[in-house]
Design a binder for this molecule. Structure first.
Ligand code: SAM
Length: 330
């Protein structure tokens, strides 16, 4: 157990960013998540002690824009902020007006909480596309706001890093961008380094993440399979990307990124089934492992919600490696 620190979990989803900091002995003192079904899953896993799931869910704050923009002082004191916020472009209008061009966005609300509370460490997570969003303007503004003392913040922010789940022992090709910011007065802040891979890619096998007896219901119908093939042919002709992707558990080391829309048709990661005419979708329990969540983690009782929430989540093993690097600064 590490030394104790307090942290807040914003745009928390189902708490993928939280797990490794709980493991380090941190105390989560505030959570914000706007989606009701995600709050249900979060409360089942992290808020025991509540009378019932309704009471637990009500303990989670909903809109981070409301609290971050209007009353950031109400957020309890903390040493660390973690946030996996959706990527939104900023307006170009007010470039020289400090926070102005980010106002109204989730990032503005998070930055306002940081400026008010001045935690020691910030960890932001986003899709890889943040780097190119609005021609690079979105990321550039995020870094300027975090680094610039005139905007109330003065953090050491090394170049953001794209890390892949495959380098951290997970059989999924999932790249995410991470932004670490450490308050400049924290001793050694500028010595922070992002983690190196913990695993060799060819040592990780897809089959180790799959259930021995997957539910028959996961096998896709001949009609859906025919549709996948037809779309793939049409896409290839039009030069428009891949269409479905199919993986062989006996040969492959990973699946493609599981997205929040996976439940619709499983197109990004279908699993071959020897001797069967059609492949199958992954079970939510398998995606849970491919995202590095612990075995005891409880999924939402609606499988559509479980797929959606897992597709939005962070790969926990990557966060664990980052958390170890952040521990000395907490
Ligand atoms: C990419 S997901 C984060 C997933 C999370 N890191 C995890 O591991 O589960 C972004 C989350 O932000 C939430 N969100 C979007 N707008 C929000 C708002 N205004 N206030 C709070 N949460 C919000 C979404 O509902 C979604 O769950």
């Amino acid at each position: 157990m590490g030394k104790s620190f307090k942290f807040i979990d914003l745009c928390a989803g189902i708490g993928g960013l939280r797990i490794p900091f709980d493991e380090l002995g941190g105390e989560c003192v505030f959570t914000s998540e706007i989606n009701k079904a995600a709050r249900q899953t979060y409360s089942m896993n992290f808020l025991d002690g509540a009378k019932d799931s309704l009471e637990a869910e009500s303990r989670i704050n909903t809109d981070v824009v409301e609290i971050g923009s209007d009353r950031p002082k109400d957020v309890p004191e903390h040493d660390l902020v973690v946030a996996g916020f959706p990527c939104q472009p900023f307006s170009h209008a007010g470039k020289k007006l400090g926070f102005e061009d980010t106002r109204g966005t989730l990032f503005f609300s998070i930055a306002n909480i940081i400026a008010t509370k001045r935690p020691r460490v910030v960890l932001l997570e986003n899709v890889r596309g943040l780097k190119t969003n609005d021609g690079g303007n979105t990321l550039r503004r995020i870094l300027e706001v975090l680094r610039n003392p005139a905007e109330g913040l003065e953090y050491y922010v090394p170049e953001p890093k794209i890390l892949c789940a495959r380098d951290f022992g997970l059989a999924q090709n999932r790249n995410r961008i991470f932004i670490v910011a450490i308050r400049k007065d924290i001793p050694g802040a500028e010595n922070f380094e992002y983690p190196e891979p913990t695993h060799k890619r060819d040592e990780v096998w897809l089959k180790d993440f799959l259930l021995p007896n997957p539910d028959k219901k996961l096998t896709i119908s001949q009609r859906l399979w025919d549709g996948h093939i037809k779309r793939k042919v049409a896409n290839t002709k039009a030069g428009k990307g891949f269409g479905f992707q199919k993986f062989d558990p006996e040969k492959d080391h990973y699946v493609a990124t599981i997205s929040a829309r996976y439940y619709k048709d499983g197109s990004e990661a279908l699993i071959e089934q020897p001797g069967k005419p059609t492949p199958r979708k992954l079970d939510p329990e398998e995606i849970k492992f491919l995202q590095g969540f612990p075995a005891h983690f409880q999924l939402n009782s609606s499988s559509v919600e479980a797929y959606r929430q897992l597709g939005n989540a962070v790969p926990v093993s990557v966060i664990r490696a980052i958390a170890k690097k952040l521990e000395p600064f907490l």
